[in-house]
Ligand binder design. Structure first.
Ligand code: SF4
Ligand code: SF4
Length: 470
């Protein structure tokens, strides 16, 4: 029985409710009076229910599709302005006891090199990331209680925060590790992590069980209820996602929104971020084996309707996607992207010497190229990490987004962190573009005091000081 407040996975992700939602959307996909009402509601930035969102996703009318895309853009602009936050993944270990059918780290893959970085190797990776200009990382590990215990992850977080190379610093470490206990989540919180990220892969229990035939991850309930345990452990920023292409995208789209509704209903805080990865080829993985792969066109619709349905949630796209695809969805509400990523263990220093990658990347440009490209498209690249460092997490953060106040921080923080990047890491061409963008944006800062302080801090950065934030 569907119950968003239940703590039981199959009740807050109720199969019957998902199937009824899909049928309802199919019946109403040409009901333009209803779609108008849904769009009107969405324009108030209050978000949509999973049923309403699914009707929009199912709608095929080119005219309405255009309306959906325009609204998605408008909402992104209203909530976050034109900044795009940058991050990079850091793979610590690819030992894994699970048997996920879509991932080359699965336990019985014997032709992939297994590796766990030592603290010295992590320090070298972090220096390489800092030397590119990164300030925000997402830690990635496989699941292996022996070769990658929680103590190792905690020690690694400490190492990462301790490295200060030249003007570099990692100011926010997000963590993407396997579902774990409340106690371990509490330890991660104490270690100062930003967001805890865990992808559901698919919400369809049957497919989930087929795709995860062995290992702790095969337990659907334990995995699906992980965010509840994370929140009980004090982590109030969690990042959800599904791996599109594993199951029917419609089913997973509805499941994702039901998960968000569940977190909101139980903890008063929906997901801090949602990621939209699509399955990619990798060592022994051929995406063609997965018959539910989604087209770029559907992918764009998913991004736009998510933006509308959960306007307070950051939307993330990684270098799994090509420059061309990233370009198509950036304008539809994406608020965070990775740049110059390496998806192998030790890949920033060793540059793929060994075969340890989790998936092939499609966008292999340098960070400087990505930053220049974002500015060419009219976005302000941002290395901001201010909210979590100012205690703006969980419901405090959400209330600022829901009242459209966060943009007042995002915009100046984007300029200040971009300025740091330009001073410390940018090529001459990127620096020129960036300086122009900063000068053009300053007059657009609405609050006079914030504008004055931004100008002062920009000057301070010019004079060698770092790390200002609103
Ligand atoms: S997806 Fe994660 S848990 Fe599954 S095999 Fe890959 S690393 Fe292991
Ligand atoms: S001010 Fe907060 S929401 Fe805005 S970019 Fe910085 S950390 Fe993100």
């Amino acid at each position: 029985m569907y119950n968003p407040k239940s703590k039981i996975a199959t009740e807050f992700i109720d199969d019957a409710e998902i199937r009824e939602t899909l049928a309802y959307a199919e019946q109403n996909k040409d009901n333009f009076a209803l779609i108008d009402q849904i769009l009107e509601k969405a324009a108030t930035l209050k978000g949509l229910s999973h049923r309403e969102a699914m009707v929009l996703l199912e709608c095929d009318s080119p005219e309405y599709l255009q309306k959906i895309f325009s609204l998605a853009m408008e909402i992104k602009q209203k909530n976050y302005g034109n900044r795009i936050v940058m991050f990079a993944p850091l793979y610590l270990s690819n030992y894994c006891v699970n048997e996920c059918r879509y991932c080359p780290y699965h336990h019985h893959n014997t032709h992939i090199a297994r590796k766990q970085l030592s603290q010295e190797e992590i320090a070298r990776e972090v220096i390489a990331l800092q030397d590119m200009g990164h300030k925000r990382l997402a830690l990635e590990t496989g699941e292996d209680p022996v070769n990658c215990p929680i103590e190792y992850v905690l020690e690694s977080i400490k190492t990462i925060y301790s490295i200060k190379h030249k003007n570099g610093a990692i100011r926010r470490v997000n963590v993407n590790i396997a579902a774990t206990t409340v106690e371990n989540y509490r330890k991660l919180k104490e270690a100062g992590i930003g967001t805890y990220i865990l992808f559901q892969e698919t919400y369809n229990k049957e497919s989930y069980e087929y795709l995860h035939p062995a290992g702790p991850k095969s337990n659907y309930a334990y995995h699906t209820e992980a965010m509840d345990r994370a929140m009980e452990g004090g982590i109030d920023d969690v990042g959800c996602g599904v791996l599109f292409g594993l199951n029917m995208y419609r089913y997973d789209f509805v499941g994702l929104l039901m998960h968000a509704e569940h977190l909101e209903a139980v903890f008063g805080v929906g997901p801090h971020t949602i990621s939209v990865p699509r399955i990619r080829s990798a060592d022994d993985i051929d995406p063609a084996q997965f018959s539910n792969a989604i087209s770029d066109e559907i992918f764009q619709r998913i991004v736009a309707v998510l933006r509308i349905a959960v306007p307070y949630t950051g939307l993330i796209i990684s270098t799994r996607e090509s420059q061309a695809t990233r370009e198509k969805v950036l304008h539809l509400g994406i608020s965070q992207i990775s740049g110059a990523s390496r998806t192998s263990v030790g890949g920033y220093v060793e540059q793929e010497k060994e075969n340890t990658a989790q998936f092939d990347i499609s966008d292999d440009r340098t960070l400087d190229e990505v930053i220049g490209w974002l500015m060419d498209l009219g976005h302000i690249p941002s290395f901001c990490t201010a909210c979590y460092r100012e205690g703006r997490t969980g419901d405090r953060f959400m209330s600022l987004v829901k009242t459209q106040q966060i943009g007042n921080c995002c915009q100046p923080n984007a300029l200040l962190t971009l300025k740091e990047y330009l001073m410390d890491y940018a090529s001459p061409q990127t620096r020129e573009k960036g300086e122009k963008m900063i000068q053009d944006t300053i007059p657009k800062i609405p609050n006079e005091k914030v504008r004055r302080l931004t100008v002062e801090h920009l000057q301070d950065i010019e004079n060698g000081k770092r790390d200002f934030r609103f």
